[in-house]
Design a protein around this ligand. Structure first.
Ligand code: HEM
Length: 517
């Protein structure tokens, strides 16, 4: 789509006359801009605009700005050059990108895939449009302001079934109208799940990505799968999926990160056996600052247990932790001070909470791999666009062999990981839960470990291509800056790379044939 601009037309000679003290016009991609009243407000200064007054400023503009700047300042456009057509595409919500490698192969018209059916494609279109229209603009705004996700967006996601879909396949989707019927809840599989995760990651604001109910994705699963009390399960699930209340998973502590067996938060049964009294602290709790429910790992004497703790119970305090991504994630330090929790809030069995926690890990790690791999691709897209747009030393960046080498490495890492992700996802679709736990824990751990290593490499190469813009939070390089600053979150959260590498190989050891080969 061309930019929507006023229908008035001008000749290039007419534009040329507007290079005076009072009137500054120029042309960008055949659109005529009158910036006379914008000179003072232009973030790049007045002088640079005066230098191109009366001229075609297309090359100068795209050497420095993202195309979206022209959409934001559409009111400066006064018409077009008679007889000429705009050539630069303005993406519309839901559009696929025409940039090579910007979309996974299955979404590239010339390619085929055995994994995706019509309902996957319908969901992809609907989820892309929803993300472009509602999630991405809010992500950008909140990432900067540090405010939390709006109640309006949460309710919109709830109504469209987006919150429900983020919990993965299951009964919670049956009978729910998902994105205006794009997919039937009963046919929703892990490829649909992958599509949701990857499309939403395109908003490219890693802090907001977690702030936008990541706590629900990892916390509510324990309620859906391990809450023995049907009434409590229904209440909490309804509260969270309707967007009325927020939930988080509270496992890690200052004393123990990936080593969940070392938790020091205690839960002691009252003499009548009706309650637990919880004391201790939790650290790095995503969404903890605004959560109403805490799915917490606690030490119950003979082992680890998992309790659902309600903020309303009293004795729960949360304070924000400053991290290298945005405060919008609501990352908290949590203290439990003599919190009285009903015994019926035990999830799974007492002292066997490790199974509750472990059951979450595969889906969580796989979902993180989905997001990381999609963000890697976005960085490839941005870098390809920039390399064609940016001119230095008299030529485009893409004309420099060293830049092409970097892009080749980035593309190869991106394609390899997407292909591996799809292959693992296919296995998930065809294995019941017990088999997944036995056979896929290792491959998923290795996939996430390898994806975050690749992300690190891609961030490194992209920063070198983008230079100072990769270090600047607004303007051209904002996606690269955010990715470079935040890719480490996925390398640590949900299991650090080293822990996952070890797990992957240890799982392989279990299946080694006994014979010495
Ligand atoms: C309608 C036309 C234009 C608009 C609405 C506009 C708007 C902006 C905005 C919003 C920024 C802040 C950075 C960003 O968000 O990308 C910026 C920066 C800048 N602009 Fe413009 N601009 C226009 C045309 C131009 C032209 C034609 C030139 C040069 C001939 C220019 C030179 C600059 C420079 C040098 C910067 C600073 C870039 C940096 O910090 O890296 N602008 N402009």
């Amino acid at each position: 789509m061309p930019l929507p601009v006023p229908s008035k037309t001008f000749t290039r000679d007419e534009v040329a006359k507007h290079n005076t003290e009072d009137s500054t016009w120029f042309v960008i991609d055949t659109v005529v801009y009158d910036v006379s009243d914008f000179l003072d407000a232009h973030p790049g200064g007045e002088a640079v605009l005066r230098q191109v007054a009366g001229q075609d400023a297309t090359v100068a503009f795209y050497n420095l700005h993202r195309h979206e700047v022209l959409q934001k300042y559409a009111n400066l456009a006064i018409g077009t050059i008679a007889g000429e057509q705009q050539s630069i595409i303005t993406p519309q919500p839901g559009d696929l990108s025409p940039v090579p490698y910007a979309e996974p192969l299955w979404l590239t018209p010339q390619f085929r895939s055995p994994y995706f059916n019509d309902s996957h494609r319908r969901l992809q279109r609907a989820m892309r449009e929803f993300t472009d229209r509602y999630i991405a603009p809010e992500a950008l705004e909140k990432e900067r302001s540090g405010e939390f996700v709006s109640q309006e967006l949460i309710e919109r996601m709830s109504k469209a079934g987006v919150l429900h879909m983020r919990m993965g396949p299951g009964k919670h989707l049956h009978g729910v109208r998902l994105l205006d019927g794009a997919v039937d809840g009963r046919e929703f599989d892990y490829f649909h799940d992958m599509i949701c995760a990857q499309e939403q990651a395109r908003a490219a604001c890693r802090g907001f990505q977690d702030g936008n109910m990541a706590g629900m994705v990892i916390g509510l699963t324990c309620i859906l799968n391990f809450c023995p009390n049907a009434e409590l399960q229904r209440r909490v699930t309804d509260d969270v999926l309707s967007g009325r209340k927020k939930i988080c998973l509270a496992i890690t502590e200052a004393f123990a990160g990936s080593d969940v067996a070392g938790l020091r938060t205690t839960a002691t049964k009252t003499p009548d056996g009706k309650h637990y009294i919880v004391n201790g602290t939790k650290k790095w709790i995503t969404n903890g600052v605004f959560a109403d429910y805490f799915v917490a790992g606690v030490n119950t004497g003979k082992g680890l247990s998992v309790l659902l703790i309600e903020r309303a119970a009293g004795g729960v305090e949360t304070k924000p932790i400053k991290t290298s991504y945005s405060p919008t994630a609501g990352t908290a330090y949590v203290t439990f001070d003599n919190v009285k929790v009903p015994a019926s809030h035990l999830l799974g069995e007492e002292n066997k909470g490790i199974y509750v926690i472990l059951s979450n890990f595969n889906h969580e790690r796989w979902a993180m791999a989905c997001g990381t791999i999609r963000l890697m691709r976005l960085v490839v897209e941005e870098s390809l666009k920039w390399a064609h747009q940016r001119r230095v030393f008299g030529k485009r960046l893409i004309d420099q062999p060293v830049v092409r080498q970097k892009l080749a490495k980035m593309i190869a890492l991106c394609e390899a990981h997407q292909a591996w992700l799809e292959s693992v996802t296919y296995q998930m679709c065809h294995m019941p839960y017990a088999q997944q736990a036995r056979h896929l824990g290792g491959p998923i751990a290795l996939l996430k470990m390898s994806a975050t290593r690749a992300a690190h490499e891609i961030a490194d190469e992209a920063v070198q291509i983008w230079g100072g813009r990769a270090l600047t939070q607004t303007g051209m390089g904002r996606v690269i800056e955010n990715f470079n600053r935040t890719n480490k979150f996925d390398a640590i959260l949900g299991g650090a790379e080293e822990v996952l590498a070890d797990l992957g190989v240890r799982q392989a050891m279990k299946f080694m044939p006994k014979a010495v080969l």
